[in-house]
Design a protein around this ligand. Structure first.
Ligand SMILES: Nc1nc2c(ncn2[C@@H]2O[C@H](COP(=O)(O)OP(=O)(O)OP(=O)(O)O)[C@@H](O)[C@H]2O)c(=O)[nH]1
Length: 818
């Protein structure tokens, strides 16, 4: 057993020997001097005494300690920068430990009250804490863990009266300025440090927590959360066709007065509810430094855009969609039929392929979807509606016939739509087939075979024997691989109407080509101006199916009406929303039609030029009576290109202006030039409907001059020809006086005497002159209306034939408005 002197032990524990002697005395250990030895037993006795006197190890001390825990939750409504509000749950947890003082404690009673003040103040501040916009919802009150420490903890609410000197004290403290608070805390810290025997540099944990800066309490400080942005915020403003001043201001997050001010500076006085067109609104938006984003023409449409964009899942490879084009009788239908019969119905017991406007075939290398309406009319009609359905064009050219006008036309259509070609050199089974001639002829039109150093794939096929068809499909899939066609498979479907009709038994039926997402039976769809729930879906084999993914055509039933081919189809979350948008579109239809009439106008070229920065292209479509005229016009017109305006002939062909030409003009925003040709009645309807600009000439010089003048903004007053009437020649008889007299039926308008006329054969002008005599039965007539028969004699023209048309027109001067 080791022995140590009292002095040595006092040195060891760092207290004066006198103090140790006093403590030993109190512990009942008899010791005379500091040099006396201290046994281990004595040390242990002293230790027990000291522990007891400090409360540790004493059972009764633990009982005198009360710990209270309290938790309160509250909600704070906090507004974010964007103006939206959110609710923050604030949980305040408090733990209070109260130790009842024992008689041995030396701290005088009055000073005991001081530490109480702080916690009470903290308790007062607690409600305001709850209002603080803190993201971490827990605000923890101080917790002291030193069991023997006297007076550390505030009294729990229940014990408050027992230790609080005056009830008014906390309230007084709260009112104190913050400066005083710091001083008080310092004082308190000092005092407690003495009590707790803390080292001088060491801070009191509890206190530090209290002084630590809490998040700024908005309601208390009076500051608000908005900070003035340092850089101007540029909004992307989606502009519909029309917008009111108030709406426009809201879109830019400014006051309507600002918009009115800008418009006033532009010289336009407007009111807050005035409707502005998109052009004016664009000017305002740009003037205010924001960016314009084009929006669909109606507001419910905006509702549509958001969820579909969000729902866009990751894109996955999808099958190519193919359109077959080519000259008449080159075998488009035969090719499509052969593929359908050989591939779609193969292996099906009694499988009857249905014509639904599109079908898909499965090949060992992948799926190919065909749009089943051959020819470029359907293709361009869809494009004219702004729909892009086709990924690849199969150009069918009969090897025994070679490149023909419509072959060239198809090339132009595909090129304009930037759709790649795969050339199917058809009828290879025929002995007179010359596939290389086709390759050679196509080089003239910049379609060069791969084997000849070009980039186009040519495949020799026979729609009759089926030779080369598999190779053709492979070539299509190869081309598709290059294109890297992708679409998301999941999410709500969107697609296009390929064709639609009214079925007697089934009501409106539409073939929909799904372009992204998956269309399911039961989905609510919106197809242009029609809507409905998909009651049933069928594939090209007439089988009911439940869903269809990207590039798959399906026939759907359940629409409210018959939509037009080329119209967009999309799945909408509810029938109510679909109906709302469909009705809105129906009402808006007229406005949209009007907006569509903003097709290219020769007279606008100069104006647009001023607005657009950079070079502009004036697209022209030339239809003429002979090939020579097309070539001459193309050269002459393209030559007048300037650095600002490039004149480009996108399509030139012999013959009258057809529906397909007009659709191409709409799709490629082109002006049509008819040289000694006229538009047929179907084309005239679309010209009128779509507001396509068509100019007729019979002298190359005047065409060139007028285009030149339009480009320089110096168009002179225009002499416009107005068609008065159109008569069809049903019979021709000879009169000794007049020569050939045409027995006609007036099909359109009014035929008037003494007016200039043109004789048209297949919409090509064959004669221009004057109407010599107009008769109804045997009498002279001033005019003959549509639906009546008449006899027409044309001055100096005796070559009129049955089937010709006689166009009666007049010339009017139209002042050009810029
Ligand atoms: N020998 C032979 N004849 C073919 C082939 N392909 C098509 N034909 C024939 O060519 C003619 C015209 O074929 P279609 O498929 O109707 O041609 P198309 O291009 O669709 O014609 P339109 O619909 O009038 O534009 C038909 O008599 C076919 O039988 C072929 O590969 N070989």
């Amino acid at each position: 057993m080791t022995q140590i002197t009292i002095k040595g032990f006092a040195d060891q524990i760092g207290i004066p020997p006198e103090t140790l002697l006093r403590q030993l005395d109190a512990a009942g250990i008899a010791a005379k001097s500091a040099d006396d030895a201290l046994s281990d037993d004595e040390k242990e006795k002293l230790f027990h005494y000291l522990r007891a006197s400090h409360g540790g190890g004493d059972e009764s001390a633990a009982k005198k300690k009360i710990t209270l825990k309290r938790k309160s939750t509250s909600q704070v409504i906090q507004s974010t920068r964007t103006g939206a509000s959110r609710t923050v749950q604030v949980e305040v947890r408090k733990k209070r430990t109260f130790i009842k003082r024992t008689a041995v404690e030396e701290v005088p009673a009055p000073t005991e009250e001081a530490p109480v003040e702080e916690p009470v103040e903290a308790a007062v501040a607690a409600p305001s804490l709850a209002e603080a916009p803190v993201s971490a919802p827990v605000a923890e009150a101080p917790v002291a863990e030193i069991p023997a420490a006297p007076k550390v903890e505030p009294a729990p609410p229940a014990a408050k009266p027992a230790i609080k000197p005056a009830p008014a004290a906390p309230a007084k403290e709260v009112k104190k300025p913050h400066k005083g608070k710091k001083e008080r805390l310092e004082k308190l810290e000092e005092r407690e440090r003495g009590q707790l025997h803390l080292a001088a540099g060491k801070k009191l944990r509890r206190k530090v927590k209290h002084v630590s800066s809490r998040p700024v309490v908005t309601s208390v400080t009076g500051q608000h959360g908005f900070e003035r942005p340092t850089a101007p915020i540029v909004h992307e403003v989606a502009l519909p066709e029309t917008v009111t001043v108030a709406e426009l201001a809201q879109k830019m997050s400014i006051k309507a007065a600002e918009v009115i001010k800008v418009l006033m500076q532009m010289g336009t006085m407007v009111t807050i509810n005035q409707v502005l067109d998109r052009d004016t609104a664009t000017l305002v938006v740009e003037e205010l430094g924001h960016v314009v984003k084009e929006a669909k023409p109606s507001s419910p449409e905006d509702l549509l855009a958001a969820p579909t964009a969000e729902a866009a899942a990751e894109a996955e490879p999808r099958p190519p969609v193919v359109t077959v084009m080519g000259h008449v009788d080159h075998g488009k239908t035969s090719l499509l039929d052969h593929i359908r019969k050989a591939k779609v119905a193969s292996g099906e017991a009694g499988g009857i392929t249905q014509h639904i406007g599109a079908y898909h075939v499965e090949t060992p290398r992948g799926v190919v979807t065909f749009l089943d309406t051959p020819g470029h009319e359907a293709f361009t009609a869809m494009r004219a509606r702004g729909a892009k359905a086709t990924d690849i064009v199969i150009l069918v050219v009969a090897a025994d016939d070679g490149v023909m006008p419509q072959t060239v036309e198809a090339v132009h259509h595909a090129r304009n739509a930037k759709v790649p070609l795969v050339v199917a050199v058809n009828k290879i089974d025929k002995p007179e087939a010359q596939p290389d001639r086709v390759r050679q002829e196509l080089t003239k039109h910049e379609v060069v075979a791969e084997e000849w150093g070009g980039s186009e794939i040519f495949v020799n096929v026979s729609a009759k024997t089926g030779e080369g068809i598999d190779k053709l499909l492979e070539a299509v899939l190869l081309q598709a691989e290059v294109l890297e066609l992708k679409a998301p498979k999941t999410g709500p479907a969107a697609g296009l109407v390929v064709e639609a009709r009214l079925d007697k038994g089934r009501g409106p039926v539409a073939t929909v080509l799904v372009q992204r997402g998956t269309l399911r039976k039961g989905d609510v769809i919106l197809a242009g101006r029609e809507y409905g729930r998909v009651r049933a879906m069928f594939d090209e084999k007439g089988r009911q199916i439940k869903d269809a993914g990207p590039s798959i055509p399906v026939e759907v039933q359940g629409l409210s009406g018959v939509p037009s081919a080329g119209e967009e189809v999309m799945v909408v979350e509810s029938e109510r929303k679909a109906r709302e948008i469909a009705l809105y579109r129906q009402g808006k239809f007229k406005d949209v039609q009007l907006a569509r009439q903003q097709a290219a106008k020769l007279s606008d070229v100069f104006e647009q030029l001023k607005e657009d920065e950079g070079a502009k292209t004036l697209n022209l479509i030339i239809k003429a009576d002979v090939q020579g005229s097309i070539e001459a016009l193309t050269v002459a017109l393209e030559k007048i290109s300037t650095p600002e305006v490039k004149v480009k002939v996108v399509h030139g062909m012999v013959g009258g202006i057809t529906e397909s030409d007009v659709n191409l003009a709409v799709a490629s925003n082109a002006v049509i030039i008819g040289f000694n040709v006229r538009a047929d009645s179907a084309a005239r309807k679309i010209i009128e409907h779509q507001g396509v600009d068509v100019h007729y000439y019979n002298v190359i010089y005047s065409a060139v001059e007028e285009v030149k003048a339009a480009m320089s903004g110096m168009l002179s007053p225009q002499i416009k020809e107005q068609m008065l009437g159109l008569a069809e020649v049903r019979d021709v008889f000879r009169s000794p006086k007049m020569g050939a007299v045409a027995g006609c039926y007036v099909v359109e308008g009014v035929v008037k005497r003494n007016r200039p006329i043109r004789v048209l054969r297949d919409n090509v002008v064959v004669f221009e002159g004057e109407l010599e005599s107009l008769r109804r039965f045997k009498d002279d007539a001033g005019e003959v209306k549509a639906g009546l028969e008449c006899g027409i004699a044309v001055k100096n023209y005796n070559d009129v034939k049955v089937g010709d048309q006689i166009e009666v027109f007049e010339r009017v001067e139209v002042a050009r408005t810029l």
